[in-house]
Design a protein around this ligand. Structure first.
Ligand code: PLP
Length: 219
């Protein structure tokens, strides 16, 4: 089995210079995340606010923490002091809470809107019309401490590469429509099993966990 450092290096060789690799460290202990840190890695993704906050407390402060999971509004306050990018925003109500907490911390917090692209109803996300409505809302236009910098999507969990490619193509075309109008810079698509497909469809940010840290245990 390869070390975490070797896995990181191997994945990075397939990424263009301007693609960000978010190492998804959920469920993994600090010691293992430090191996990636010591290999020079700084972007880490977690899907639970409490777990991310505990790791933030224990780890070097130059890490950029990405919240990639579904966010409950009442927990935004715990990550507002330090979170780098909230990747899975799925409502204007949530943006409003992020705006409030960012302001309290004298920060501007960057976010991605999660687009619903999968053929599974277990996944969260917004439809295209809902996203346009958020960008065009007076409320969002008046926000000063929260900024939407891109889109995030998760493809269907399937072996069918055509299906995955279709879903990534959909989000990529939608991203291209919005990009100049709203100044977007990030398209976060691609995980361990499908990041090569995502890179072929304009991904600027991949979120990779098991291919770096190994399989996760959930018991
Ligand atoms: C866990 C997770 C990932 C990483 O999954 P792997 O298959 O381990 O690469 C990426 N994105 C989200 C939103 C996740 O929850």
């Amino acid at each position: 089995m390869n070390s975490i450092k070797e896995n990181l290096e191997q994945i990075k060789t397939s990424l263009a210079e301007d693609v960000t690799l978010v190492a998804v460290s959920k469920t993994k202990p600090v010691a293992e995340i430090m191996e990636a840190y010591n290999a020079g890695h700084r972007d880490f993704g977690e899907n639970k606010i409490q777990e991310m906050t505990e790791k933030w407390e224990q780890m070097p402060k130059d890490i950029r923490w990405h919240m990639i999971g579904h966010v409950q509004r009442n927990k935004v306050k715990y990550m507002a002091p330090f979170v780098s990018l909230i990747q899975a925003v799925d409502s204007l109500k949530l943006l409003k809470e992020i705006e409030k907490q960012a302001k309290k911390n004298n920060r501007v917090i960057e976010c991605l809107l999660q687009v619903y692209i999968a053929k599974e109803d277990t996944k969260f996300g917004l439809e295209a019309e809902e996203i346009s409505a958020i960008f065009e809302s007076e409320e969002y236009k008046n926000f000063k401490s929260v900024r939407i910098v891109g889109l995030m999507g998760m493809a269907t969990f399937t072996e069918n590469e055509n299906q995955i490619a279709k879903e990534f193509q959909f989000i990529k075309s939608f991203y291209d429509q919005l990009k100049n109008k709203y100044g977007l810079q990030e398209l976060s698509i691609g995980m361990s099993s499908d990041y090569q497909v995502a890179l072929n469809h304009g991904s600027t940010m991949v979120r990779i966990g098991s291919a770096i840290f190994g399989e996760r245990n959930y018991d």
